[in-house]
Design a protein. Structure first.
Length: 489
C-alpha cells in the first residue's frame, strides 16, 4: 500500500503591533544605522502588555482556520513549537482552548475532541520537529484528518548587548494534510544532524549566580555570538551532508538546481553566510571542476587552496572551542577569508543571493522569531512568488531549520501545481499591519525597564488577549501564575 503524499497547504502569520524602528533604535543607542540595516534589518516587534506567546499562537491558528476555511472537526493534530513557553505542564492544549472558545463564540464547531496536542522544544528548531512529526502522523494514523503546527516565540536580549537589535516576536501557523495544495514534504528525503555544543545559546532557569530557581530569567538567553555563528554553519552543513548521502546527490549540482531556499533567520546576514559556506563546502567535496572553482576563489583571497580544502573537509570538534580562552576563535578562519572574495563573484549573486531572494525584503521587518523565523520566511516567499506570478510548480525548494545547542534539519519541498491559490491566502502584507512605532520610553516600558504608565497605544480587534493572571494559592483554590484569556471580536 503506497503512502499518500503529505505536506503544506496553508500558512498564517501573526505579529504583535508594537514595532521598534531600527533606524530610530540606532539614534537611541548610537549604533551605526548603515551597518544595522545591512546586517540585521529595518525593524522588529515586541509582545504587548496584554499578550503572550500563547495569545500570538492562538491568533495565528484562528487566522489560518478562517483564511483557509478549515473544518475544525477535521483537525486532529495541533502542535506547538516554542522556546518561550511559560507553563511547564501544558502547551498546545492552551492554544486549543482559546481557539475553541473563539470558534464557538462565532458559531463554528470546535477543534476535534480527539486532537493530539504536543509541544516541541529545541531552541529555534522546535517547529520543524513538530512539522516532521505531523507528517508522520498524517502518513500513518492521520487518515483524512488535518494537522496544524504553530510556532511562536519572543526573542529578547539584554539592553546594550550585541543581540538587542535582533529581537522579535510573532507566530506562524502551518496547515498540513495529505495531497497538499502548496508543497509535498517527504521526511525520507530530509537530512538531520545534532551535537551538543555547551555554551552556544541557552536559557537556564537557575539564578545566574548559580543558586536557586529563577524563572524571571526565562526570556534573556546566555549566548556567545561568534561561537554561535560557527555552530550554525557547521550543524547546517552536517544536516545537508546527511541529505546528500540519503538521496545520492552531487552537492554543487543540487544547490545550483534549487529554485529557492528558506532558512532559520536570526538576522539578515546569518543565513546568507550559512548558505554561502554551504556552497563552499559543496565545492570542496565535489569533482575536479568544483575544486578548480574553489581554487579560483582561494587565489583571489590569497589563501592556499590546499589549506582551505583541509579546513572544509574535516569535521571540527566545536566543543573544544566552548571554553573561556577559545570562545572567540574563528573555527573556519581560512574559509571565511575565501567567503569574502566569493561575495564579489557572479556565482555568489546567482546561487546564494539569487536563491534567497523570495520574501527576503519582507523579513527585514520581522526581527528574530526563533521557531517562527523559518515558516515566516516561507510564508513571505510564497506570498511574494504568487504576487509576481513566479513559475514554481514542479520545482524543489529547500527548508533549512536550525536550533542552537545544536541541531539542524533540511527538508526539501516540491511545489505542486495550483499552489498559487493557497499561497495568496497567506496574505502576508496584512500580517504587517497594524503597526505602532514605539518611542524610546515606550520601548523601555515594554522591556520592563520602566514602570508602565497604562501603556495602551493600540486597541486590539479580532484577537486574543491576556485578561488577567491568577493570584490565588490557597488550599481551597489555586491559580497563581495561570493566564486567563479573552477573545476581542
Amino acid at each position: 500500500m503506497s503512502v499518500p503524499a503529505t505536506g503544506i497547504s496553508g500558512l498564517a502569520v501573526y505579529l504583535p503591533p508594537y514595532r521598534v524602528d531600527l533606524r530610530a533604535w540606532c539614534k537611541w543607542t548610537g549604533a551605526d544605522w548603515d551597518k544595522i540595516r545591512k546586517v540585521v534589518g529595518t525593524g522588529f516587534r515586541l509582545v504587548g502588555p496584554d499578550q503572550s506567546v500563547y495569545t500570538m499562537a492562538a491568533n495565528a491558528v484562528l487566522r489560518l482556520i478562517h483564511n483557509y476555511d478549515i473544518d475544525p472537526a477535521r483537525v486532529r493534530y495541533l502542535a506547538l513549537g516554542t522556546e518561550s513557553s511559560t507553563d511547564n505542564s501544558a502547551g498546545a492544549v492552551i492554544i486549543k482552548g482559546m481557539v475553541d472558545s473563539a470558534l464557538q463564540a462565532e458559531g463554528y464547531a470546535p477543534l476535534s475532541r480527539h486532537c493530539e496536542v504536543p509541544e516541541f522544544k529545541h531552541a529555534c528548531l522546535g517547529g520543524v520537529y513538530a512539522i516532521k512529526n505531523a507528517l508522520r502522523f498524517l502518513a500513518t494514523d492521520g487518515n483524512d484528518s488535518l494537522a496544524i503546527v504553530v510556532s511562536t516565540d519572543k526573542a529578547l536580549y539584554s539592553l546594550g548587548s550585541s543581540g538587542e537589535p535582533t529581537q522579535g516576536a510573532g507566530a506562524v501557523a502551518v496547515l498540513l494534510e495529505q495531497n497538499p495544495t502548496i508543497g509535498v514534504l517527504d521526511p525520507a528525503q530530509s537530512g538531520t544532524a545534532s551535537d551538543y555544543r555547551g555554551v552556544d545559546f541557552r536559557k537556564p532557569l537557575i539564578n545566574r549566580n548559580g543558586t536557586g530557581a529563577s524563572p524571571e530569567f526565562v526570556d534573556i538567553p546566555v549566548f556567545n555570538g561568534k561561537y554561535s555563528t560557527s555552530c550554525y554553519v557547521d550543524e547546517m552543513q552536517r544536516a545537508l551532508e546527511d541529505m546528500y548521502a540519503r538521496r545520492g546527490l552531487q552537492p554543487v549540482e543540487y544547490l545550483r538546481s534549487l529554485r529557492a531556499v528558506f532558512m532559520h533567520r536570526p538576522y539578515h546576514r546569518m543565513p546568507e553566510t550559512g548558505w554561502a559556506m554551504a556552497y563552499l563546502f559543496a565545492l570542496a567535496h565535489g569533482n575536479d571542476n568544483d575544486v578548480e572553482e574553489l581554487k579560483d576563489y582561494c587565489h583571489h583571497a590569497n589563501v592556499p587552496c590546499a589549506d582551505v580544502l583541509e579546513e572544509l573537509r574535516r569535521q571540527p570538534k566545536l566543543m573544544d572551542f566552548a571554553v573561556r580562552d577559545r570562545i572567540t576563535e574563528e573555527i573556519f578562519p581560512l574559509s571565511l577569508s575565501v567567503l569574502r572574495a566569493f561575495r564579489h563573484t557572479e556565482a555568489f549573486h546567482e546561487f546564494v543571493l539569487g536563491r534567497m531572494q523570495l520574501g527576503a525584503k519582507a523579513m527585514f521587518e520581522l526581527g528574530n522569531l526563533y521557531t517562527a523565523a523559518l515558516p515566516a520566511w516561507l510564508a513571505a516567499g510564497l506570498a511574494e512568488a504568487a504576487d509576481r506570478k513566479e513559475e514554481l510548480a514542479g520545482t524543489e525548494v529547500l527548508l533549512v531549520g536550525y536550533g542552537s545547542g545544536d541541531a539542524a534539519e533540511v527538508l526539501p519541498m516540491t511545489v505542486v501545481p495550483g499552489w498559487e491559490q493557497a499561497a495568496r491566502a497567506i496574505d502576508f502584507d496584512s500580517a504587517l499591519s497594524p503597526s505602532v512605532d514605539l518611542s524610546f520610553e515606550q520601548y523601555l516600558e515594554l522591556r520592563g525597564e520602566r514602570p508602565r504608565n497604562e501603556f495602551v497605544p493600540f486597541a486590539p480587534r479580532a484577537e486574543f488577549v491576556v485578561e488577567r493572571v491568577g493570584q490565588e494559592s490557597a488550599d481551597a483554590f489555586q491559580d497563581a501564575g495561570i493566564e486567563y484569556y479573552r477573545y476581542i471580536q
